[in-house]
Design a protein around this ligand. Structure first.
Ligand code: PLP
Length: 491
């Protein structure tokens, strides 16, 4: 492809995206395709000869669009949001075009320095204590990870290494065998409401993850954590890290950081906070009550790529002592060394699991500058209000029960009565494909999660969702038709 075609292709792609996003409300949120649909549309071999970009772009409509779930549709209410904004998209484009790999300061000074600065900006925006920031004295600082899952795994590995290194310092003559036996006794803790990625981090890091039972508000209380730790210690296990959650995935519950940190301090355990979704709300001071006690934790992570309009992937992690990351993650080679290594600027390869890294700070910088803090706060507040509006609609119909009230853009609800009704409603909604919601089961009860996900969602979309829920609810309670009864009788 020559440069003129690149200009045309790039401009056409931007137009394509602008049309797609501005008209996304008109598309059905869930696709109609069946598994394997694409095999029928694409050839079995890659093309031998070059094709025209115009033809490739046309195939977006023929082969790709029919199989897309439209995550940015205002009728998407499943999971949690994934961010999308015009500044975020342009940031991604420029990052791809510049194509730098900033694993050391020298390998791309601008990407490292912009990341240091934007994470200080962002840390201040969410009210992090100064110990987490690079601009403060000490060893704190922020780094962009690919996902909250990676951030959790990284902290678990660092906590594990920290324990091992301290042990080796105390017992320099420790044998390999004794070290292996000690490592096998390490154990991690999180609540039974934490994200699947937390349990997975335990599997990948070879540190069993104890799922601490939550209270009736789906919070992991300090006392329950203490009991779990004390029992394990009695049985010879060694607590290594606790991962608490702000904004659990099923119901957006918040673990009380202050009491959990007290227990962590007592047992010398790393305290990591996974605020993947709801961390973005901390840019609004009225939500900061959820992170009371944050100053006593060791690491804090949230995803601007979820609820803060920065396109995937951009997961912000701050640690109080970056030396612990470096000590656990650095493996040196002559080709990675450079003359500015002791300048105080990070070599981010030592703050993450992979070696390579994209210039992700660019899209964060664009979003922060082009929205500004005020517009981002407005965005979060509007989304929270839409969830409150939806909760009001549920309250207006006594067939529904609110399972957990609107909290930071999420409401969970169910149909009163047996679980079967809610299950049927869920199935009807998914096969209707007009809105996309997912379910969960807690305390033996089926419920439906309704999250405000798209930045395009407005009041009329909440009404649209409500009407669809009412329509599908009618079907749940409809008496079987004569024809169905006859068919059943014949069986
Ligand atoms: N933690 C929580 C609380 C989440 O809700 C999610 C995803 O929804 C994750 C972690 C995983 O996030 P990521 O996809 O960035 O790994």
């Amino acid at each position: 492809m020559d440069v003129e075609s690149f200009r045309e292709f790039g401009k056409a792609a931007v137009d394509y995206l602008a049309d797609y996003l501005e008209n996304i409300r008109d598309r059905q949120v869930l696709p109609n395709v069946e598994p394997g649909y694409m095999r029928k549309l694409l050839p079995e071999e890659a093309p031998e000869e070059p094709e025209r970009w115009q033809d490739v772009l046309k195939d977006m409509d023929r082969a790709i669009m029919p199989g897309l779930t439209h995550w940015h549709s205002p009728h998407f209410h499943a999971f949690y949001p994934t961010a999308n904004s015009y500044p975020g998209i342009v940031g991604e484009l420029l990052s791809a075009g510049l194509g730098t790999i900033g694993f050391t300061w020298m390998s791309s000074p601008a990407s490292t320095e912009l990341e240091v600065i934007t994470l200080d900006w962002l840390g201040k925006m969410v009210g992090l204590p100064p110990e987490f920031l690079s601009c403060s004295p000490g060893h704190g600082g922020g780094v962009i990870q690919g996902s909250a899952s990676e951030a959790t795994l990284l902290c678990l590995l660092v906590a594990r290494e920290r324990y091992v290194q301290r042990l080796q310092e105390k017992n320099p003559n420790l044998s390999e065998e004794a070290l292996r036996m000690t490592k096998a006794k390490l154990i991690a803790y999180t609540s039974n409401q934490s994200n699947s990625s937390v349990e997975k981090a335990g599997i990948l890091g070879a540190v069993p993850m104890r799922l601490v039972p939550c209270d009736e508000k789906f919070q992991m209380k300090g006392q329950a954590l203490r009991e779990a730790i004390e029992t394990d210690v009695k049985n010879g296990l060694i607590p290594c890290i606790v991962i608490s959650t702000l904004g659990t995935t099923p119901t957006c519950a918040n673990d009380p950081l202050e009491e959990i940190s007290t227990v962590c301090k007592e047992f010398g355990v790393w305290h990591h906070v996974d605020a993947a979704y709801s961390g973005a709300a901390l840019i609004c001071p009225e939500y900061r009550y959820i992170c009371k006690g944050i100053e006593n934790t060791d690491s804090f992570n949230f995803n601007p790529h979820k609820w803060m309009l920065v396109n995937f992937d951009c997961s912000a992690l701050w640690v109080k002592d970056s030396r612990e990351l470096v000590s656990a993650m650095s493996v040196d080679r002559a080709y990675l060394a450079h003359t500015k290594q002791d300048s105080g600027m990070p070599d981010y390869r030592n703050w993450q699991i992979p070696l390579g890294r994209r210039f992700r700070a660019l899209k964060l910088w664009f979003v922060l500058r082009i929205y500004g803090v005020r517009k981002l706060q407005e965005f979060i507040r509007q989304q929270c209000q839409l969830a409150i509006d939806f909760e009001q609609l549920l309250k207006s119909d006594d067939r529904f029960e609110i399972f957990t009230p609107a909290h930071m853009g999420l409401v969970t609800f169910r149909l009163k009565g047996p679980n079967e009704n809610t299950k049927k409603l869920m199935a009807n909604l998914q096969s209707g494909k007009k809105i996309y919601v997912v379910g969960a089961q807690l305390d033996g009860k089926e419920m439906i999660r309704f999250a405000i996900c798209s930045r395009f969602t407005e009041s009329s979309d909440i009404q649209f969702a409500w009407q669809e829920i009412l329509r599908q609810t009618e079907k749940v309670f409809a008496l079987p038709s004569k024809k169905q009864e006859i068919t059943r009788g014949q069986k």
